[in-house]
Each structure stands twice: as C-alpha cells, then as structure tokens.
Design a binder for this molecule. Structure first.
Ligand code: ADP
Ligand code: MG
Length: 698
C-alpha cells in the first residue's frame, strides 16, 4: 500500500486518541506525513552534563541523576509540582504545570534517570520545566550520537506525544518498510543536482548516521521542496503567458494629462516616475499585468495607483481600487475625489456599510459604465458587483488580501483586468521570487522630499513619567498622539479591558486634552466617527488597537506610542510607526515594554530603533522569525509551509531549484511527456488541500 494511505493510528502504541491529536496539532495522518515531519534541530545525545556545569544560557542538555522529593506549590492556575533532581555535583529544580497528579507515579523517587530538557533561571535558581525522563536502559537501545528533536505542542505533550514518542513512531514506520522509499525526483534531476536518494535522505534526516550524512539529507530534501515550489509557480506563469491576453492601454489621454498638468499638487519623485513607466510598459504589452508595487509607508503609492487608473480611463476602461478596511477605503475615496476635482470623473465608494439604497444606485451605473472608478473594500468582490469593462484593479495593502480573493478579481471579465498590488510590507527579494514568482515587482525606494525620519525610542514601563512629560510638550505644541495597544484574538476580552483601562488612564494623565478610542470590535460607523474626531483635530489623543495600522493619514500626528511593544512583530511595528512622520515636523515612535525581555525581542526592538529602512527590517524579520511566519504570507493565506528549506539561508539552493524547474518546463511546459509523469504526479499531490498553485488555472 502507498505510504500516504497507511494510517499511523494502527501502529502499536498510537491508537485513535493520539492519532487525533497528531492530526489536529501537526496535520500528520499517514505514514508519509509522519516521515515528512522533520526534526527542527539536532543534539548530541552522547554527552551527559554534570549539574555543576550547567547555566541558564545552555540549550537542551542531558543530565543523569535521581529525584529526591516532590512538592505541590501554589493555588489555582498558579498550581505546580516541583521536585529536586540531584547528581554527585549538585541539585536542580524540576517543575511541572500540567498532569501534576500522574507525574510522581510516572517518575519514582530514587530511580536513576537520564534527564533531557532546557535549564532556565527562575528567581535565582536553575530549573527545568517539563523535562523528559528516561531510565538509562530504556534510553540507550542503540540510539547514541546525534539525535533529532521534534517540535511538539502543549496538547501533544499532554497526550504523551513528546519528541521521543514521535521518534519511536518514526522508527516503527521505517522498520516496517519492505522496500526503499520510491523516488520523487527524475533521474536526470538527481544527477544534475548531485543529491542522495530519497530513501537515504529520509532515514538520515531522522536518524543521522553521521554529521556528513545529515548535511546530505538536508540538502536533498531542501532541493526537492524548493524544486516543486518553483515548478508550480513557473508553470502557472507559463500558462498565463500562453493563454491570457491583456487589455491594451496605448493612449495617454485627457484624463491623465489634465490631472498631471492641472491638479497634481507636487512633482512626482523619480521613483514614482519610474514605476509609472513600468506600468505603462506592462499595459502596452498585450499581456495581463500582474505587478506588485512595494513602497515604504509614506512613499506615495496612492498617487501611482491613481495615475494608473487614469491610464485605464483614457483607454475607455473602468478602474477599481480595493482597500483592506473601511477606514482606509473611505480615506482613499476622499483623497482621490479631492485630487480629481473638476476633471469630470465619476467616482463611487462601496463598502460593507454602504446603505442598500446607495448600493442600488451604484450597481447599475457600474454596469452601464457611468461610474469610471470604484473605490471600496472586499465588498467589491461580491458577485453582484458587475462592471461594464473593468480594465485595472489596484489592491492596496496586499497583505490583508488572500490569494483566493485575488483569483476572484480575475473572473470579473473574460479578459482579466490588469492588477496592481500595492504593499508597504516589503517582502525580501528571495521571498517575493518564491511566493510571487508570477508577479513582477516594482519598488518605490525614495520618499517625497522634506520628510524627517521618525525617531524611535525604546522605553521601559517604569520610565513612563518621563515619557509623559515629553509627550505633553508635543501636545502643547499642537501636535497629536497615537497610543496603540495590542489586540490578539485569543485573549481578546482581556485585551479590550486593557484598552479601556488605557483609555481611562490616558484621560487621567492628560486631563486638559481630549481622547478618543477605536478598536476592531466597534461598528464601522462608530469607528469612523471616532476616527474622524482625530482627523479633524477635535481630539488630540487617539487610543487604538492595530486597526489604525494601515494607511491612516493624519499629518499633524507626531507621536506614536506602542504599549507592550514586545507583543508585536517587526513588520507590524514598522507599519505602526509609519502613521507618524507624515508632516513636516520631527516625529517620534515610542516602544514601551516591560524590563524583562527575551534576547530575540531585544534584538527586534533594537533593529527598529536603529533603522527606518523597511526592506532591511523585512530581511531581519525573515531572519528572526523564519519565513513561514512572516507578516503577509500567513495572513494572506498562501499555503506556504516550507518544511525544511529556509528562504533566508537557502538562496543558493533556491536558485538551483529554479533553474532545474525552468529547464524542465522549457522542454515540456505542460508536463505532458512520459518522463515527467512523476513530476506531474508529485505536483498534484502537493497542490491538494492547498490554496496555492492551480488557483489561477482553474
Ligand atoms: P503610501 O505609499 O504610504 O500609501 P501615500 O500615498 O499615502 O503613501 O502618500 C503619503 C503622503 O505623501 C501623502 O500625503 C501624499 O499626498 C504625499 N506625497 C505623495 N507623493 C508625493 C510627492 N511626489 N511629493 C510630495 N508629497 C507626496
Ligand atoms: Mg497607502
């Protein structure tokens, strides 16, 4: 039977309960899934430390010793079990927060154990939380040397599915195999890339025979992963080139020229000019444009969008601009109608809260072409929204839009409209190439003249007093201030309470100023009303969640205070910072945190205080968090689960993978030749259940 058809549930020691947990937590169902669940790191299990030797900076380590006694401590959610673990050089504390009752039966006082865990400093003592303990006999059954460690979740640990348990399941599967694992790459690809056979790779990734074999196994599996990713993307691109024509915007007409000469309030920056030229080339090529426009916050993307729309209009097409939030859509609508004043362009706004009556007016006009430009939110994607001849769609702040939504846009016409996706979250080149292999990328790498870079300062909570004094000076000078609180879904209720308290304490600290508040749970109308108070200057301080993250433009605001900055990602902090520094005044971004921070968080905050360069920040973000995590890919729902390759380190393998994929497709664009049957089959397998890949073809 095929590996993907064999259920792990029937392996001895697994059973339905554990199988359920594995499925829910790590999407492992079949033998194949399990074999492709790779260790996230390796440790040398042959080394056993003495307690005297260890400190809180060490990674996972092994000790050998005995448990002296158990003690239950604390109440309610603080309840825990501790034990003293000792060897002939000293003792260390063990601590458990779950399964307190079972532990003393499981691990007996006085028995010698090999302990595996990560020591940390708590108070002034070293302890190990939830250690793995094995008796020596059980442990050494032929497993010494370098060992893989598998990621496990809380729920897995509670079901006794810790790293070692996964290892045992994998051992069983490998032991059950009667024949080597079937190859997943063509022989010529294996030859050209000098990789080891799949069977060797899988065995060594789990149980390395030597460090050298481990390296070879990693290389093989990374190459394979990236090869199929590239094959997928390039194949879609080829299809697009072959099948899909594009509207021609050959003319630069009155709308564009009149706007440019009469209404444009300032000169374009060189970067803006360059991008407009690129867009003109695309829309003159007879191919459908699919372009990603990256430009840091405040770089003037809106204007580029508007100029592109005018090109569409000049050639008899309609345009649409889509934004991720109502606030942003409304703001675009207002800015753009202002900029277009007197040019005779019919513009409408359509969002979730557009009244029925208003909708009923807009929709027919859209269909008969009376409306030239529609601005809105997701509402724009609904099937009832029909255009006469939609020529260009601008999607602002791409990271909130999913791939599936992008695909919907394509269906608004027989010939798909040109698409311009704008983002302020800069995606590093390696990532852009991998995720958006089918997109061309433009960059605005220059801010409009006269901007002062925002000064970013990290404050500890304790120094709040000093901070407030400086903020008051800004308020006295007539500036406005944002205060942002994190809002994370899991603990939404508690966070809203934090926000409310923040609102009240802000009022108490600045009684002479007016404070308003917005958060995502408000009704859109209510939110807009509060927002409007801040925009008009009626209130001087805005307390908010990250709903203000994208696009909001209040040039008079000069201070952005971010509470619990440690809870935000780098890209998000950079976005928030972009809300200030939009006027001529020196602006400030204040990152407030508690004193104790992890090394990683400290590094993150330091990067922000050191640079304003969004691309640099994105690169660092990629390094610190790993690409699966990067803002924008997860949120946009791109099925992009790299199991082993790491885009920030494996650029070279990626290039090779891309070349190999390109060669295959040059010879056989639709993978129809018999020698490519394996590739086609593998690709199909990878695409099932994922959003990526064929969405554009289907
Ligand atoms: P973003 O790229 O973040 O969407 P916007 O398009 O909102 O940036 O532009 C930010 C601000 O810069 C706006 O107030 C806009 O009017 C202004 N702006 C845009 N282009 C220029 C320019 N070439 N010169 C001066 N100001 C500009
Ligand atoms: Mg913008």
């Amino acid at each position: 039977m095929e590996l993907s058809q064999q259920n792990i549930m029937y392996l001895p020691g697994v059973g339905p309960k554990k199988a359920e947990v594995l499925k829910k937590e790590i999407e492992v169902v079949s033998w194949e899934d399990m074999l492709y669940y790779f260790p996230y790191k390796y440790i040398d299990r042959s080394k056993i430390f003495k307690i005297r030797e260890i400190d809180g900076e060490m990674p996972y380590i092994q000790l050998k010793g005995k448990i002296r006694n158990y003690e239950f401590l604390g109440e309610g959610s603080g309840r825990r079990l501790t034990a003293t673990f000792y060897d002939d050089t000293g003792s260390i504390e063990l601590v458990w927060f779950r399964m307190l009752k079972q532990i003393p039966d499981l691990y007996k006082v006085g028995t010698e154990y090999i302990l595996f865990g990560k020591p940390t400093v708590f108070g002034h003592r070293l302890n190990v939380a939830h250690p793995e303990l094995e008796t020596e006999n059980k442990f050494y059954e032929g497993e010494v040397g370098v060992q893989g460690q598998y990621n496990t979740t809380e729920r897995m640990k509670n079901a006794f599915l810790h790293s070692r348990a996964l290892q045992k399941i994998i051992t069983q599967i490998l032991g059950n195999l009667k024949t080597p694992l079937p190859e997943t790459l063509n022989p010529d690809i294996i030859e050209k890339s000098h990789v080891i056979p799949l069977d060797d790779a899988i065995r060594n990734i789990h149980f390395p025979k030597s460090p050298d074999m481990l390296r070879k196994a990693e290389y093989r599996l990374k190459l394979e992963e990236l090869f199929y990713l590239q094959l997928n993307i390039l194949r879609v691109t080829k299809y697009r080139e072959k099948r899909l024509g594009g509207f021609l915007f050959t003319k630069v007409g009155d709308y564009f020229n009149n706007f440019y000469h009469l209404n444009l309030p300032f000169a374009l920056t060189n970067a803006q000019k360059k991008v407009v030229r690129e867009i003109r080339q695309d829309t003159n090529s007879g191919r459908q444009m699919n372009r990603l426009l990256q430009g840091d916050v405040g770089s003037g993307k809106t204007l580029v969008a508007l100029l592109s729309v005018l090109l569409a209009l000049d050639n008899g097409f309609q345009g649409a601009i889509m934004a991720p939030t109502e606030i942003l859509a409304t703001q675009h609508y207002e800015t753009i109608t202002g900029l277009l004043a007197g040019l005779g362009i019919e513009t409408a706004l359509l969002t979730g809260s557009t009244k029925k009556k208003e909708r009923a007016k807009i929709l027919p006009k859209l269909k008969n072409g009376e409306i030239h430009l529609l601005i809105g939110t997701h509402a724009l994607l609904e099937d009832t929204v029909e255009f006469q001849n939609l020529g260009l769609v601008v999607v602002d702040e791409q990271h909130r839009f999913g791939v599936a939504q992008r695909a919907k846009l394509w269906k608004k016409n027989n010939v798909p409209p040109h698409i311009l996706v704008m983002t302020a979250t800069p995606i590093p080149r390696t990532l852009a190439m991998t995720v958006y292999g089918d997109l061309d990328v433009s960059v605005i790498d220059e801010l409009p003249p006269g901007r002062k870079p925002v000064k970013t300062i990290h404050y500890y909570d304790k120094k709040r007093g000093n901070l407030y004094a400086s903020v008051r000076k800004q308020l006295q000078a007539g500036r406005q201030v944002y205060i942002v609180y994190p809002l994370i879904e899991e603990s939404e209720k508690m966070d809203l309470k934090n926000l409310q308290e923040g609102f009240e304490s802000t009022q108490a600290v600045f009684p002479e100023y007016k404070v308003c508040m917005v958060h995502g749970k408000m009704k859109p109308a209510e939110k807009d009303a509060e927002m409007q108070k801040f925009v008009s200057g009626e209130t001087q301080i805005m307390v908010a969640t990250t709903v203000i993250e994208v696009g909001v433009n209040v040039p008079n605001a000069s201070v952005m205070i971010i509470e619990n900055a440690e809870r935000f990602g780098l890209a998000q902090l950079h976005q928030l910072r972009g809300r200030v520094g939009r006027g001529a005044d020196q602006s400030f971004c204040i990152l407030l945190t508690r004193y104790e921070l992890s090394e990683n968080t400290r590094r993150r905050l330091a990067i922000l205080t050191e640079t304003n360069d969004g691309f640099l920040i994105a690169e660092e973000d990629l390094k610190l968090r790993g690409p699966g995590d990067i803002d924008g890919t997860q949120q946009s729902g791109i099925a992009f689960n790299l199991k082993i390759a790491n885009l920030s380190h494996d650029g070279q393998i990626l290039n090779l993978a891309r070349d190999l994929a390109q060669e295959v497709l040059d010879d056989d664009p639709m993978l129809e030749k018999p020698q490519n049957a394996l590739l086609k089959q593998q690709l199909g397998k990878l695409n099932t259940g994922h959003q990526m890949g064929w969405f554009m073809i289907s």
